[in-house]
Every structure is written in C-alpha cells, then in structure tokens.
Design a binder for this molecule. Structure first.
Ligand code: NAP
Length: 236
C-alpha cells in the first residue's frame, strides 16, 4: 500500500484529495494542526490522522515518528497554505499596504512550513521505493502569468501570497534536481471555492484536486521538477 501524508487536509482541497486517494487505495494520513478537526475529518473518510502544524518543529517531528513507526511514507502532499492578504471584505492587500509582518506570516506557513515538512520527512521518503512529493502552488506563482497583461493573473494585486508560491516553485525545482529518484512537482489547482478565498472560487474542490491527485500518483518515470495544472505544463 502507498502511504500518503497530506498537510492541511482537515478541509478544502486537502480533504478532497484525501477522499480521492483513499478511493485509489492509498493509506492516507490527514495532517491537521487542530486534533479535533483532524479527527472528525479522518473519521469521515476512513483516513488516519496526525496532528501536524507546519509552523511547529515539535509537531512535525512527532508526526514523522508516528508515520515512521507505522511503516514509512511514499507520498508527501504539501497542501497546507494561507492567504492572509484577502481581507474579510475580499479586498486584496497590495503593494501600498503590504508589510514585512504580512509577508512573514504568509511565508511562515506557505514557504518555511513546506521546507520544514520536506526536511523532516526526507529520510522516510528516501527509504520509499517510489517517493513522490506534490507541492500545492498557485497560478499566481507564475512570474510569466502575473506579467502578461492578457492573463487573468495579471490583475491580481497581492504581494505576499504570490511571492510565497513563487518561492514554493523554486523549492520544488531545487529539491527535484537534488533528488532525481523522487518525483517532485508543483501544481496549480485553479481558483477553487474554499475557505481560503472566502468561498469565492469558481471551481469545485473535485475540479481543483484533479491535478493534485494525478501528480500524487505520477509514475516513477513521470515528470519531476515541473509546474502543472489540469491542462498541462505552466510557464514559471
Ligand atoms: P483551505 O480550505 O483554507 O484549507 C487550508 C488548509 O491548510 C486547512 O486545513 C488549514 O487548517 C491548513 N493550514 C493552514 N495553516 C496551517 C498550519 N500552520 N499547519 C497545518 N495546516 C495549516 O484552503 P484550500 O483552498 O483548500 O488550500 C489548500 C492549498 O491550495 C493551499 O496551499 C492554497 O494556497 C492552495 N491553492 C488554493 C487555491 C484556491 O483557489 N482555493 C488556488 C491555488 C492554490 P485549519 O483548518 O486548521 O485552518
């Protein structure tokens, strides 16, 4: 059985990814920073649950020990993410208002959290026969898209979230080069109705998870170091 950990899987895209990978016969660990929310989600799906706050070394280390004791890890999906620049009124905090504090809080989860989890689970992944990492990025990570006036991403004015996801893309390519035996890719789910965007997204979670689920099941001779949405390769 393929053992798969999804961070931030108590709701949203992570939860739906867990549902689909369980259907594909993976043993799925739902990572949840809140034990109660995680327990409820895991019960609903028939998943396992690990308490995992990507911003907390001790929590991540404890999750490694639990999963190691169970037999190891094959697939890591770095899905936990925040978009703190969307205010409650759905106005985006752009260059005129962005602060170092907002950048730091966003990077704490989306960037440092991704590296913390990757670093901690590397020994387990290196022991897997077919290790896979999926980093959940965003279309807003693409410098090409954000600078192309005809692209919908051009109109997006936020700084912290896109910058954090561009960093996730860079982390993806550097890890992919360093570990050629692993399949390590970044994916863009598309604008999906979840709490992250106050449920203003236009896709369903089923549509949004399509590329996450596909890349979680990538063949050992499939792509690595790439950036994909459901339609194919995206420009960096
Ligand atoms: P969501 O429904 O808000 O889910 C985010 C998940 O991340 C929640 O489970 C949340 O847990 C968890 N999380 C946040 N901070 C965490 C931390 N420090 N440690 C562990 N878990 C943490 O949003 P979503 O749309 O499903 O987002 C999933 C991923 O997709 C994110 O990386 C996001 O950037 C990316 N994405 C989303 C869209 C979109 O349109 N929705 C588009 C492109 C990319 P709590 O319940 O405890 O808060």
């Amino acid at each position: 059985m393929t053992a798969t950990l999804i961070t931030g899987a108590n709701k949203g895209l992570g939860f739906e990814t867990a549902r689909q990978l369980i259907a594909a016969r993976h043993t799925v660990y739902i990572g949840s920073r809140d034990t109660e929310r995680g327990r409820r989600a895991a019960e609903q799906l028939g998943a396992r649950m690990v308490q995992l706050d990507v911003t907390d070394d001790a929590s991540v280390e404890a999750a490694v020990k639990t999963i190691e004791a169970d037999g190891g890890l094959d697939v890591l999906i770095n899905n936990a993410g925040v978009a703190k620049e969307w205010r409650d009124d759905n106005v985006v905090i752009g260059p005129a208002e962005v602060t170092a504090d907002l950048m730091r809080k966003t990077f704490e989860t989306n960037v440092f959290g991704t590296v913390r989890v990757l670093h901690a689970f590397l020994p387990l992944l290196r022991r897997s026969a077919a290790p896979v990492v999926v980093n959940v990025s965003s279309g807003l990570a693409s410098l090409t898209r954000v600078t192309t006036p005809s692209d919908p991403a051009y109109a997006y004015s936020g700084v912290a979230y896109p910058a954090s996801k561009s960093a996730v893309n860079m982390i993806t390519v550097q890890f992919a080069k360093a570990f050629p035996n692993m399949r390590i890719n970044a994916v863009e789910p598309g604008f999906t109705k979840t709490d992250l965007n106050g449920n203003t997204g236009i896709q369903t979670v089923e549509q949004g998870t399509e590329i996450i689920v596909r890349m979680a099941q990538v063949d050992p001779d499939g792509p690595t170091g790439g950036y994909f949405d459901a339609e194919g390769t995206l420009p960096w």
